[in-house]
Write a protein that binds this ligand. Structure first.
Ligand SMILES: Cc1ncc(COP(=O)(O)O)c(C=O)c1O
Length: 375
């Protein structure tokens, strides 16, 4: 994990977006390690951190991070007392959730900082435009009681990665209406936010007061057909633990879905689908070993996969790069996502605990240890 890449990408967001930046560090920092990523981002210009759960928010606070944190996905019966006491901002996507937050604030004896979420078209989390006035009215009443303060209004885009998408224009329109209704209802939201990475970099009209940077922070270019100079932070690699020579026509791994075409050298790598490497990529995916790409032979197993080096050779302990920045010719996470018929977000976040996270980079500072730090 290259924390300098996180630093570079954060700086790129702040320079390009010219607004505040939230580093989205949910799901263990997209699999990169929440605490080291959060620190690297905050040290390099990020103002906010974004997570989905109260547990994640509390982990940030327990690590000593005092920056603003927004937590945005909560069960109907969440007990908000601890996160409110820990000064975590909370998203409210319905009157029910807002009332629950207010109850937590009353019990904690504090004012909860709230971001009202409007559903502008994703049809996922967020209050519908039809019910938005009721949410605003309740928020105003609770503000007057001193239980909450509506610091933000926010929403999430459907097609941010597709420049010029008509739906985005409609979402911006609905978002502006929601903000206007909030203001007309007596609220004064200071942090309006709609943009994810793609919009933050590619759609100036969506940036408002804050850009929520997720996948771009980790170095994946988020806009179709455009590059902004982001740097990949993660290199996933393993080592060869067994080498064997086999004749042409040898079946490899379960069901022998892969058969060698020439007398080959096979290398075994101890990473499998239990570690998050997609099972079905055999026959399509490639890895980098000995200075060139080689195919993953047959199905990925729970704990291991086989590489077909063909007429090439390898030795025990040699490095096998599954994906990385691509600068040496190794596959990127975007290629792996394509082979697995998914998106880089899923490839990153599936990587399990058995894969040690090691951190490199100048900005590996402030309490970050060389291995498995901050988790
Ligand atoms: C609500 C919300 N905002 C922002 C992000 C970051 O999006 P991206 O990874 O496309 O930058 C996510 C990611 O899942 C999200 O759920």
């Amino acid at each position: 994990m290259n924390l300098d890449a996180i630093a570079h990408n954060t700086a790129l967001f702040t320079e390009r977006a010219r607004t505040a930046v939230m580093a989205v560090v949910k799901a263990d920092g997209f699999g990169h390690g929440m605490i080291p990523v959060a620190r690297a981002a905050l040290d390099n210009g990020a103002d906010w951190l974004g997570v989905t759960s109260c547990a994640e928010a509390l982990r940030l606070r327990e690590a000593g991070i005092t920056a603003p944190v927004l937590s945005w996905l909560h069960a109907h019966d969440t007990d908000f007392r601890r996160v409110i006491a820990a000064t975590v901002d909370l998203s409210a996507a319905s009157c029910h959730h807002l009332a629950r937050i207010a109850a937590g604030a009353a019990e904690a004896g504090m004012t909860a900082m709230v971001h009202l979420k409007v559903d502008t078209g994703l049809c996922r989390n967020g209050e519908s435009p039809a019910r938005w006035p009721a949410l605003v009215a309740l928020a105003r009443r609770l503000e007057q009681k001193g239980l909450i303060w509506v610091r933000g209004v926010w929403s999430h885009l459907v097609n941010a990665g597709v420049p010029g998408h008509l739906r985005t224009a409609r979402q911006v329109e609905l978002f502006d209406q929601a903000v206007a209704l909030a203001r007309a209802g007596g609220l004064d939201p200071q942090v309006r936010h709609l943009a994810n990475s793609a919009a933050g970099l590619g759609l100036p009209g969506c940036r408002y007061d804050l850009v929520r940077a997720g996948i771009g922070l980790y170095g994946v270019e988020p806009v179709h057909g455009r590059t902004f100079g982001l740097r990949a932070a993660m290199t996933l690699h393993g080592r060869v633990i067994l080498v064997k020579r086999v004749p042409a026509g040898t079946g490899v791994s379960y069901d022998h879905r892969y058969v060698t075409t020439v007398d080959s050298t096979l290398a075994l790598v101890p990473i499998g689908y239990a570690d998050g490497v997609p099972r079905t990529v055999g026959g399509r995916a490639e890895v980098w070993c000995g200075g060139r790409r080689h195919p993953v032979a047959g199905s990925v197993a729970m704990d291991q996969f086989v590489v077909d080096l063909g007429t090439g050779s390898t030795r025990l302990g040699d490095e096998v790069v599954v994906f990385g920045p691509g600068s040496r010719g190794e596959p990127t996470v975007t290629e792996w996502a394509g082979w697995a018929d998914t998106i880089p977000h899923e490839v990153f976040t599936r990587l399990g605990d058995r894969i040690p996270r090691r951190y490199v980079g100048e900005c590996r500072t402030r309490g970050v240890q060389p291995d498995r730090e901050g988790r």
